[in-house]
Design a protein around this ligand. Structure first.
Ligand SMILES: [Zn+2]
Length: 222
């Protein structure tokens, strides 16, 4: 996490942080004061915070076959909002935001884990008063009474296995060639991206390439 932050800051970029209130039910933020302190310091340096699910995984939320088809190849059971209808989504979002408030963190938006959610989740995000959310093809700006969809490819990596590490590095390189002219591109990093040399190299290359073409922007700019 800190290494990725330093990689970005070393290139003049202040990344937005996707923060999980209680990762896998094992890391409640209110019992992780050192981490919360680090997040606050990042915010003081200009980082935007987005709520990123409540626990991130799918524990206790069995998939139907349609859910399984949507999530196929995208995540190893880390699509917390994949199966949630509006009330359940709203409940988790509200709990997450309440915790953020207690910790002095202010979220600008919501990103469902693995960018997988149902239509009801978008309504829940808007009803909770958040200004933006995302899927893997677009950023949604909730502007009452409607919503504006900004097309935005997302480049991401996976180091879960060596094969996936090399594949995701190849996909990132291909996206640079194919989507270079896209107006809004998201580079999404996970702490484990630096664990494999292929993804670590690819992440650094992607930052240099995309930043060479355009300055980084913030959610607030949208
Ligand atoms: Zn995630």
């Amino acid at each position: 996490m800190r290494a990725l932050w330093a990689m970005c800051r070393g290139r003049g970029v202040t990344p937005a942080l996707l923060v999980v209130p209680n990762w896998h039910g094992e890391w409640p933020l209110d019992r992780s004061p050192a981490f919360v302190q680090w997040v606050r310091e990042c915010v003081d340096s200009g980082a935007e915070v987005l709520l990123h699910g409540e626990r991130h995984d799918e524990a206790g939320a069995p998939r139907g076959w349609r859910d399984a088809a949507r999530a196929w190849g995208k995540t190893a059971r880390e699509g917390e909002f994949l199966t949630l209808e509006e009330p359940a989504a709203r409940e988790r979002i509200d709990r997450g935001l309440a915790l953020f408030t207690r910790l002095g963190l202010n979220a600008v938006g919501f990103v469902p884990p693995a960018w997988l959610a149902r239509a009801g989740c978008l309504r829940a995000v808007a009803a909770a008063g958040l200004r933006c959310s995302e899927d893997d093809g677009a950023i949604h700006l909730h502007e009452l009474p409607g919503m504006r969809r900004i097309r935005s490819p997302v480049v991401r990596w996976s180091g879960r296995s060596p094969a996936r590490a090399y594949t995701s590095a190849a996909v990132a390189a291909a996206r640079w060639r194919v989507q270079r002219s896209a107006r809004h591109v998201r580079l999404a990093f996970h702490p484990a991206d630096l664990d494999h040399p292929a993804t670590a190299r690819s992440v650094a290359t992607a930052l240099d390439r995309w930043l060479g073409e355009r300055p980084a922007s913030r959610y607030a700019d949208l």
